[in-house]
Design a protein. Structure first.
Length: 765
């Protein structure tokens, strides 16, 4: 029978918590051993019996056995009062002495013992309060007590998010939640693609495909409804969304926007019912963003009044064309119009691809793009044309035409303006894609935040494990992204309305706004889904939890409808044009006012008190946020314009000057878009009547603003707009807002009202 461990001496009791902690962590090393030796040599209040016991228990050659460690644990824990807080192990040891040997306790020089034992704890690197808590059976603190609360009406927030389109959104979500749309494995390309086609037919049968077309062609003439459908479908399968967008958006809308009544009458009804599946063939292998440079030709023949569509070489093939590999029967083809050898620029033509049996027509060669990183339910293909002849009426002739005499005609005299007007009618794609990306971000955040709220890991010593969403760093990872997603949602509402209510004279601004929002939102989506994946750990890596599908399917959104970096430069060029126009229209008085406003900014916003102001009311002031965003936007625009002018004045070629300034131009575009987003978020918050919802939206808006200021703090410090003390205060306020919003995080994602069957992630249900 194993002998019971020796009862510690009185001095051994005082040091027992420290002994236990050291041995439970590791074997005693030379450094720890030396600290104990020094202590024992100095502690003249310990008896020789105490020192003998302690030296035996401190010997690295004979560490305590498991039974003795258990005995020490029971001795220590039996003396603890659960309601009492112990600042360190020393106080716990003295408590042991008082309870086990009260007659001895008061012979000890307590103050001297406390000081020397505390010094020993520090020498050993023991964090006293935390170490003392490890002996308690339960422990509660703010991190363990903090939990999800429902402080506002979630359904009322959903109504704010959905707006007047709530009935349409609810009906479509109900339809998507049926087993008709059950997810399938994307392993077999043909099966998956055909399933996606079947889903699009179901949607067409319900009238969703034609919803944006005029009523005489089976639609409701409601483009806002079309965008809403695109976004709502994105809660289900994203291949279905893109197939839907190619068929009813790109293919159908190109006929509607670029064609005239004869084309509408001939094609639109069949497109809206999916009787006539088609493609949008713009991008070529050698030319994506630079549409002007495409090399496919459409050569007009006067005698037969036909166009011959031709691909001059392999790199001029139409590439990455959705609906091409399997299902498309016709295509809107962008090609250079040639009449008698003269190039009249890019025009569009309806070109048949397949017969009724699905066989490719003579002169048409289609190659399957094959498996992709994502969106494998979309049948992308490459199309080459070998002298394919189409009749004159197949030219989409709203903006350019060839008359019966073979003469080129256009209502727009300028080739440049005609080209950009033609592309401008298709700007709707740059609204549909970011709205789809937003839905994917909402899905990812719903999965990650719900999981973070229920997944428990670690916790305080002696306490229960806590939800990982209670960890400040976990909040830092997800909650600013939640705020940014809300911000982008309200900004996209604004951009959509601007597009729907557009006037001819403001189209350039709207196109730039749509291009910038498409870039910003899709970049945000990519970053959000990556963070959601990591925040869910291994669970996020499992396909069953769907973050992989969301990531893979939306990754291409950053280059869909134009490469984001190129689009941001387009935004910058638009801002520079407006900047130049502003100065050209200035008279002496407006110039004086402009200079005065610049001076006023320096006096009011860059004075020593403001740049160092860390007052909470100031940091949470929406006027401060918007002023800071506007200052950044205007400063980058001003410096960018001056930089380009200086380079060109010094003799640099204009193209080279823009090339040298590309990084500056991208920042210019982003600063403009961020200001618009914040402006619209503030407006939406101010318009909200429900005080509890207004309160949580204000916190989200503040977090978005301060998080972006923190992101750009280097710029603000360089400009002297803030000092280090203020940027540090902003960082602390971001942390605080994340902590405050954490309790609302689950209700905030629940307000997205994504059906569980669409989320389909076990960790989120």
């Amino acid at each position: 029978m194993q002998q019971s461990p020796n009862q510690p001496t009185p001095g051994g009791l005082v040091l027992l918590p420290i002994l236990y902690m050291v041995w439970s962590e590791t074997l005693i090393q030379d450094q720890e051993n030396q600290a104990f030796i020094t202590f024992l040599n100095q502690a003249d209040w310990l008896s020789e019996e105490d020192k003998k016991f302690l030296r035996e228990k401190l010997s690295p050659e004979s560490p305590p056995q498991r039974q003795e460690m258990e005995f020490w644990w029971e001795t220590i824990t039996s003396a603890i009062e659960e309601s009492k807080t112990y600042p360190n192990l020393t106080s716990l040891g003295i408590e042991l002495l008082r309870k086990a040997a009260p007659e001895v306790a008061y012979t000890f020089p307590i103050e001297q013992a406390e000081k020397e034992l505390s010094d020993l704890e520090k020498e050993l690197g023991i964090v006293g309060k935390s170490a003392a808590l490890s002996f308690k059976s339960s422990h509660s603190n703010i991190s363990t007590r903090y939990e999800t609360q429902v402080d506002f009406d979630v359904s009322a927030l959903t109504e704010i998010l959905d707006g007047q389109r709530k009935p349409l959104i609810d009906a479509l979500k109900t339809f998507l939640a049926t087993d008709n749309f059950d997810y399938i494995q994307p392993d077999n390309l043909e099966t998956y693609r055909n399933q996606v086609l079947s889903w699009c037919r179901l949607l067409a049968d319900k009238g969703y495909g034609a919803i944006g077309y005029p009523e005489e062609y089976g639609g409701k003439d409601d483009m806002e409804a079309y965008f809403t459908v695109m976004e709502t479908l994105s809660y289900r399968d994203l291949s279905m969304v893109i197939k839907f967008g190619v068929q009813f958006g790109l293919w159908g809308m190109s006929i509607l926007s670029l064609g005239t009544k004869k084309h509408h009458d001939k094609y639109l009804k069949a497109i809206g019912t999916l009787e006539l599946p088609g493609c949008f063939a713009m991008t070529e292998t050698n030319h994506g963003s630079n549409v002007k440079g495409i090399e496919t030709t459409a050569n007009y023949d006067h005698q037969s009044q036909t166009f011959t569509i031709h691909t001059p070489h392999q790199d001029a093939r139409k590439e990455y064309i959705g609906n091409a590999a399997m299902h498309g029967k016709m295509a809107t083809v962008f090609a250079k119009l040639l009449i008698d050898g003269k190039d009249y620029g890019v025009s569009t033509f309806v070109v048949p691809l397949r017969d009724e049996e699905g066989n490719t027509l003579p002169g048409v060669k289609i190659t399957d793009c094959g498996r992709k990183m994502g969106l494998n339910g979309v049948d992308n293909g490459l199309i080459a044309f070998d002298q394919v002849v189409v009749p004159r009426e197949n030219m989409l002739d709203r903006f350019s035409a060839v008359d019966e005499d073979g003469q080129f005609q256009s209502p727009i005299a300028s080739d440049n303006k005609r080209f950009f007007t033609m592309l401008g009618t298709l700007v709707g794609g740059r609204i549909g894609i970011p709205r789809s990306a937003l839905a994917a971000s909402k899905s990812g955040l719903t999965i990650a935040i719900r999981y973070g709220d229920r997944r428990r890991q670690f916790g305080p010593e002696g306490g229960e494990e806590i939800p990982i969403l209670n960890y400040r760093m976990h909040q830092r990872r997800l909650i600013p992204l939640l705020a940014k997603t809300y911000a982008c949602h309200f900004a996209m509402e604004y951009v959509t309305n601007r597009f729907l209510q557009r006037q001819e004279e403001e189209m350039q601004e709207i196109e730039a706004l749509a291009a910038g929002m498409k870039s910003y939102v899709t970049w945000q989506n990519t970053a959000t889904l990556q963070e959601c994946r990591e925040a869910c750990g291994g669970k996020g890596f499992l396909s069953e939890n769907r973050i992989d599908a969301l990531k893979n399917d939306t990754d291409v959104y950053t280059t869909f409808e134009g490469d984001n970096t190129v689009l941001m430069q387009l935004v910058a060029k638009s801002r520079l044009s407006a900047y130049k126009e502003q100065f050209e229209n200035m008279n002496l008085f407006t110039i004086i006012n402009y200079v005065a406003s610049k001076t006023k900014t320096s006096i009011t916003e860059k004075n020593p008190l403001i740049i160092r102001n860390t007052d909470e009311d100031h940091l949470l002031d929406s006027e401060f946020h918007l002023s800071a965003f506007e200052y950044r936007e205007n400063s980058i625009l001003d410096s960018g314009a001056k930089r380009l002018k200086r380079l060109m004045d010094e003799g640099m070629d204009p193209f080279d000057a823009v090339n040298v300034s590309q990084h500056h131009l991208v920042n210019m575009g982003q600063a403009y878009i961020e200001r618009v987003i914040l402006e619209k978020f503030i407006e939406k918050t101010d318009q909200t009547s429900d005080p509890k919802i207004k309160d949580v939206l204000k916190k989200l808006c503040d977090l978005y603003a301060l998080y972006q200021l923190e992101t750009h703090k280097g710029w603000y410090l360089e400009q002297g707009y803030m000092e280090g003390v203020k940027t540090k205060a902003i960082r602390k306020m971001v942390n605080q807002l994340c902590w405050e919003i954490r309790k609302d995080a689950v209700p905030l994602v629940n307000a997205f009202n994504i059906p569980d069957v669409c989320l389909a992630a076990p960790i989120a249900l």
